[in-house]
Design a protein around this ligand. Structure first.
Ligand SMILES: [Zn+2]
Length: 218
């Protein structure tokens, strides 16, 4: 939801400087006219200010929040997605690899909202791929596609498929970077899923979200 913080720019006193990016806070508000609530008071729960020390972390945190903002309808409680977002900010604040953290969040948000791709069998005929083999991936059809069913434009190696399954089943964020190829394959597959489910790319949304953030909060 969005809220108007009246007088926040003129006086730091009212909100105690709490209205910063990457702060988890308790917010007291009253409904306003239309979609915009009025912020009454806020209290900081946790600040993830270490994120601001790294451009990579800032980018990942911004893109993650944009993904969530885009995928979750307004005024719709999604406690599991919220929990995942807080875990991501905590992890980025502790300095985990930013790109991997963002990919993990994207994989988990898709799964939590019911958009997880099918990676254990062909989406078309249901045939399971041979153990330890790479598979063709088609984001438009929502998963891996066997050769007989036409295959896909992208490839997910056995390592990437295994990685994806582990990430989706757990809630930790990796402390070490992934091998480049794995990271690129997962990144490309997520990007294709993203464009096939929405008309705007994550990158465009990130830019839009940062603009919106500035406008609505000031
Ligand atoms: Zn098939």
């Amino acid at each position: 939801m969005s809220a108007l913080a009246r007088g926040a720019r003129k006086s730091q006193r009212r909100f105690g400087g709490a209205l910063q990016p990457y702060v988890l806070m308790n917010v007291y508000f009253r409904p306003g006219r239309g979609d915009l609530a009025h912020l009454e008071r806020v209290s900081v729960d946790r600040s993830f200010h270490e994120i601001l020390r790294s451009l990579g972390a800032i980018g990942a945190a911004g893109a993650a929040l944009a993904v969530i903002r885009e995928r979750v309808p307004d005024h719709e409680p999604e406690p599991a997605v919220f929990d995942t977002a807080v875990r991501l900010l905590t992890a980025l604040n502790e300095g985990v690899p930013a790109e991997e953290a963002l990919l993990c969040l994207q994989i988990r948000v898709l799964a939590l909202l019911g958009f997880a791709p099918t990676l254990d069998r062909c989406v078309h005929c249901g045939k399971t791929p041979a153990q330890g083999r790479s598979a063709s991936f088609d984001g438009v059809r929502g998963g891996i596609v066997c050769r007989a069913c036409g295959g896909g434009r992208l490839v997910l190696s056995a390592d990437a498929l295994r990685r994806w399954a582990v990430v989706q089943a757990t809630s930790e964020f990796p402390e070490e970077p992934w091998p480049d190829r794995e990271r690129e394959e997962i990144h490309d597959a997520l990007a294709e899923l993203d464009t096939s489910h929405a008309t705007v790319s994550v990158r465009e949304r990130t830019a839009a979200a940062s603009g919106r953030w500035g406008r609505r909060i000031s």
